[in-house]
Design a protein around this ligand. Sequence first.
Ligand SMILES: C[S@@+](CC[C@H](N)C(=O)[O-])C[C@H]1O[C@@H](n2cnc3c(N)ncnc32)[C@H](O)[C@@H]1O
Length: 191
Amino acid sequence: MTAGERWDAKYADWQEPGAPSEFVTGCAELLGGCPTAVDLAGGAGGTALWLAQQGIHTTLVDASGRALQIARDTADERGLRLRTVQADLESDPLPTLDELSGEGGWHAAVCTNFLHRPLLGALGTLLVPGGIALVLIATVDNLLHNARPGRPFLVERGELPVLCSGLEPISFDEGWFGQRHEARLVARRLG
Ligand SMILES: C[S@@+](CC[C@H](N)C(=O)[O-])C[C@H]1O[C@@H](n2cnc3c(N)ncnc32)[C@H](O)[C@@H]1O
């Protein structure tokens, strides 16, 4: 079974995109000057739709066709422009995404709650010089209070900025955010 098929089953009961990530909405000022953005493994589009609503030309990438359909339907209902790309970020080559961005890269890249270490290591290649990356992943400490996400989907403490090599950190926070222990990185591609 492919990642897309697995996640289609998880999204089968979903009708709505869900709320945008408060980590991303909290960076509204920083994102304000970004003409384009990509949300990687952005699911049913809660965050991508919020980005589009800010006037940012947004691309939502996910393996699940079902999730992308929910996002597209919601964009139509809200009169928003949203580009969706179905891709397996664990196996599709990154240059494909780079070509899709046009202009040599996106001005902002978001990746929340999806851990594929090579993708994080290559985030800089998806961004224009000066482009901003927003990454949020739960850490292993999250297992102290939550059974999920499981160990393969969690970063070690202090690992996230190391994974995103090639980006200059603007801020890095790690700790309990409500009930979840998360690593949150805001970084910039040097240029
Ligand atoms: C935990 S959800 C996170 C969704 C969203 N980023 C968020 O923070 O709410 C993980 C997402 O990754 C997507 N996904 C899983 N494996 C993938 C892959 N190999 N390539 C692309 N997307 C994938 C799933 O379809 C799902 O939407």
